[in-house]
Ligand binder design. Structure first.
Ligand SMILES: C[S@@+](CC[C@H](N)C(=O)[O-])C[C@H]1O[C@@H](n2cnc3c(N)ncnc32)[C@H](O)[C@@H]1O
Length: 353
């Protein structure tokens, strides 16, 4: 189980070996990618998908546009040239015309979502959509890019019949409050960071196009993100989470009370998450949490330490602990001056006795 599933990195490995794979994730676009990447596709389904992809290519020029499929996000046109905007709508119209709700449509929508950034004017390098004024980017052509990505996806699922389990059993949307249908042996996750860059905004163009997001939906998902500043207004009991946080980052409370509060709420949310995972685990089961530290207003926040102490209070025992220096920062989330560069990742191996 991964209770912060994201786009499914852990699940993609897990479906090969585990009897069942469980997940919790609040972001609908991430859920779509994770589902498509872990489901089993039969030969028939793969054949049907391949046929539909070539059909889309063949009839693209004459495809009609459905206005009600346009993304409902303010200023979305800003991010695209006219031709690509219209071609994206054409492609989405074709997908909805040719498929019913279900696996095949999900597959095509995931591939569609994957081409959005490349076909937009937004930089590839920055995670958050951003249009450079200095260097003009040449957006990819919609149909070509779709055909390329779809064929990559088809290759990727061609072996999925061999997997031990079929897709993810979704156990809920909120990692701080869920119950599972069956007890699990192992949970592993990398939770969000305090004050991290806002994931929801990073994927807003994709979410808007695949139809899971308008301005309101994006706000709802953002407000659910652990570590988001907006959550600091949540009431937190003055209990051990508070005193452990204060012990490790008391200095921050004097420098910047609001950011201290954001951190406390983050740790309180992690407490709830660890409680939910504790309930989900069978006795003797493990919870591995991979997390980096943060620096907030010049104060080092030993996130792993605080989480470890909270886990101890909840009844977890140690299995293992290790850390490693992050060698490749290309895939890590840039956080400007907000969180500091993450140098180490810590793996906390907890066990439910
Ligand atoms: C660090 S990412 C996980 C990355 C994942 N390992 C992957 O490979 O994609 C954290 C994920 O937690 C999700 N998340 C944040 N707050 C959440 C909450 N309260 N409930 C459920 N999911 C949440 C975010 O949407 C994000 O996808």
């Amino acid at each position: 189980m991964d209770p912060f599933m994201g786009s499914g990195t852990t699940a993609i490995e897990a479906v090969r070996y585990a009897n069942s794979v469980h997940g919790v994730e609040v972001d609908p676009y991430a859920r779509l990618i994770a589902s498509v990447a872990t489901q089993k596709y039969s030969e028939d389904e793969i054949g049907k998908i391949s046929f539909l992809v070539s059909e889309i290519g063949r009839a693209f020029e004459h495809q009609s546009l459905y206005d009600d499929l346009k993304p409902r996000l303010a200023n979305i046109e800003y991010w695209f040239g006219d031709e690509n905007f219209s071609d994206l709508l054409k492609l989405k119209s074709a997908i909805f015309e040719l498929t019913d709700e279900g696996k095949v449509r999900e597959f095509l929508l995931a591939a569609f979502g994957d081409i959005i950034r490349a076909c937009s004017k937004a930089e590839r390098q920055s995670l958050k959509p951003y249009i450079s004024k200095k260097y003009e980017k040449k957006p990819k052509r919609v149909l070509d890019e779709f055909l390329r990505i779809a064929s990559k996806y088809i290759d990727a699922v061609s072996e999925s019949q061999k997997h031990k389990s079929d897709g993810i059993v979704w156990e809920g949307f909120d990692a701080t409050n869920f119950d599972v249908s069956t007890s699990v042996d192992l949970a592993i996750t990398s939770p969000p960071y305090i004050n991290a860059m806002d994931y929801t905004r990073c994927i807003k163009l994709e979410s808007a196009w695949i139809g899971t997001a308008d301005d309101d939906a994006i706000k709802t998902v953002r407000n659910a993100q652990l570590g988001e500043r907006v959550r600091r207004n949540r009431e937190v009991r003055e209990d051990f989470v508070y005193s452990i946080s204060r012990q490790h980052l008391g200095e921050l409370e004097t420098i910047d009370e609001a950011r201290f509060k954001t951190a406390v709420v983050f740790f309180d949310d992690m407490r709830r998450n660890m409680e939910a995972v504790f309930r989900a685990l069978r006795p003797g089961g493990f919870y591995y949490i991979i997390i980096g530290n943060s620096r907030i207003r010049g104060v080092d926040v030993p996130t792993h330490q605080v989480i470890a102490e909270i886990a101890g209070q909840l009844g977890y025992k140690w299995d293992k602990y290790f850390l490693y220096r992050i060698r490749d920062h290309r895939t890590s989330i840039p956080r400007g001056d907000r969180g500091g560069k993450i140098e180490f990742e810590h793996a906390l191996g907890l066990m439910k006795p």
